[in-house]
Design a protein around this ligand. Sequence first.
Ligand SMILES: [Zn+2]
Ligand SMILES: [Zn+2]
Length: 448
Amino acid sequence: MPIASQPMPAPPRPFADLDRLGDEIAELSAHLDAATARLLTLIRDFDARGGWNTGFSSCAAWLGWRVGLDIGAARERVRVARALGTLPRLAEALARGELSYAKVRALTRVATPETEGRLLAVGRAGTAAHIERIVRGWRRVDRQAEVRQATRQHADRGLNVYEDEDGTVVVRGRLAPEVGAPLIRALDAARETLYQRSRVTAAAASDPAMVPPTRAQQQADALALLAETALHHEIDPGAPGERYQVVVHVDAAVLADPEQPGQSVLEEGSHVSAETSRRLACDASRVVMRHDDEGRLVEVGARTRAIPPALRRALLHRDWSCRFPGCHARVGEGHHVRHWAQGGPTTLGNVVLLCRRHHHAVHEEGYRVSRESDGALEFRRPDGRTLPEVPPTAPVPTDPIRTLQAQHSAQGLQLHARTACPGWLGERLDVGWAPDVLHPRAVGPGPC
Ligand SMILES: [Zn+2]
Ligand SMILES: [Zn+2]
């Protein structure tokens, strides 16, 4: 019986040979780190210039689609790329292959332009495991400082409202960020409403002597509107669903064909585009109020849901997440591939799940989706090019490693096996000590 040809175990390599193998691993790793630095620079530029904004919700989502990174890794690349924009010394160390991507990734979680130099020294001295532990300790100090700051902000909150001698009311106060943010948004919204109204009245009065109010005056008027609105609604913020309900009045012709002249008006009276009203009508509980040519209300339909609950369950089960290429958002709206106002049926074959961002892209930004005869979806950009589910892979040179080395040496980068070696010589490193001493907010003795 012939002996099955088992692969022969490789003869033990001499130590020198293994050393060379180890050196080769270290040198190639330094090359890859240097190449990663270049990659992160490109990502930062692409991100800042909004190159991903071609139907994708973020630069990370685009990376996931175009380069095949999982979403966690893609987000991390974008985060590190952005962080390195303000941390030139860490960026350089990565570009020279002196710090590994893993170390730089860890250090950028805590580094600021002020602490960058100290953390770079830590990065050079320690192994990746040391850096991880030091960064964790550093964040603890950061978190303690954050908690102290939040406690102080909360304690410092206050609002003084008092009547001055002449009867005017003086308002002065300090709010925590999470309370201040909605206040600012509410003031902006109220100011916007008032400003639009006053523009109309000014146009009607056409009084050239009318001086436009200053920003401070506008803010004061906005605060008055907020107070009146709150009292009118008995200071009731309402149920979450009601807060965002949108009612659209629409000319029947507009819903069927956005090119048709006609109006689409939100309940409050602000005008929306025909495309927007088509999107809102695509998947909404709606009361369609039809108007005739003179604007008279001719018909009020019963309140219906565009997509009934049973169909929505089937849609969620089939599509699972937004179907736009590269998007995996779980919360979505049902989009009619052929709009119901144009006679498109509300059936599983004619609806597709899209997240809010991509529903907007399809209705208002010129992206198109169609269902092929085999049932597959085809997405197209506004310029007509198709947007494939999986993009074609980039061409790779026949010997990518040699090409990388040649490129680096053309840039004057001389990388070798010792380029990324930590300065650590094996002595015990007190990683708890490092943040206590190096961190700028540490209470202990400062660095020399
Ligand atoms: Zn739609
Ligand atoms: Zn989406």
